[in-house]
Write a protein that binds this ligand. Structure first.
Ligand code: SAM
Length: 221
């Protein structure tokens, strides 16, 4: 804060420029993804002390001991997912709702699921505030996907499993893409892209990442 309106606007413009510069320099080049990430204010998804760090390229703590992912990782994952305007997308790991909000601007419909009821409720409040009518947020163990809403054109998992969960593979349409981190929770994991073909699945390794683990069952809070 500088006290003068014009300087506050300058500060905000500078922060946004740096935010976009960081995304580009870390490999986010897809114009549709960059436009969405410029449009969605990450500060809405961060609370308290961490608010002033909302535009930094770093993960930050949110409720229930979880994290909002690093913006450049959100950008890389969204870009790899190659979402089209007619797609139905499943996100596993709602967290703050930031990633789901970006997906909602690119897809026809987004389902997002988290094992923490409190995170789902907080995200729903934000979705209502932003008048996002194409997102449905649900509480549950996302490793089983959402059989009633399946199949999905795209699936994004924002917590790390040791292997791609079988139910998620089964709920991906032929020609569909799933992006997820795989590996042990206490080690560096690999971000992978799974494409369902007519006869099976193709796997591409994208880059090393570090995510919180995909935990079984619904949490108490
Ligand atoms: N996408 C989120 C965002 O935009 O803020 C960040 C997600 S955070 C890195 C990972 C989330 O995965 C946490 O909110 C955690 O509760 C959730 N999670 C972990 N295991 C899960 C499971 N089996 N089913 C659903 N959500 C799960």
């Amino acid at each position: 804060m500088t006290g003068s309106g014009a300087s506050d606007d300058d500060d905000a413009a500078l922060r946004k420029m740096r935010f976009l510069f960081n995304l580009r320099s870390r490999g986010v080049t897809d114009a549709r993804v960059l436009t969405e990430m410029e449009r969605v204010d990450r500060a809405l998804f961060v609370r308290g002390l961490f608010l002033e760090r909302a535009y930094e390229d770093t993960p930050l703590p949110i409720s229930c001991g979880q994290t909002i992912s690093q913006p450049s990782v959100v950008g890389i994952m969204t870009q790899a997912l190659n979402v089209g305007p007619r797609d139905t997308v499943l996100e596993v790991g709602t967290g703050s709702g930031y990633q789901a909000t970006i997906l909602s601007g690119l897809a026809r419909r987004v389902y997002t699921v988290d094992r923490h009821r409190r995170l789902v409720q907080e995200a729903e409040t934000l979705f209502r505030h932003l008048a996002l009518t194409n997102i449905t947020a649900l509480t549950g163990d996302g490793s089983y996907g959402l059989p009633e809403q399946a199949p999905f054109d795209r699936i994004l998992v924002t917590a790390a499993a040791e292997d791609p969960p079988g139910p998620l593979l089964a709920q991906l349409k032929k020609g569909g893409i799933m992006v997820l981190p795989v590996g042990q929770s206490d080690a560096v994991q690999s971000l992978i892209k799974v494409t369902r073909t007519e006869t099976g699945y193709d796997y591409d390794e994208l880059r090393p990442v570090r995510f919180v683990p995909l935990v079984g069952g619904v949490a108490a809070d």
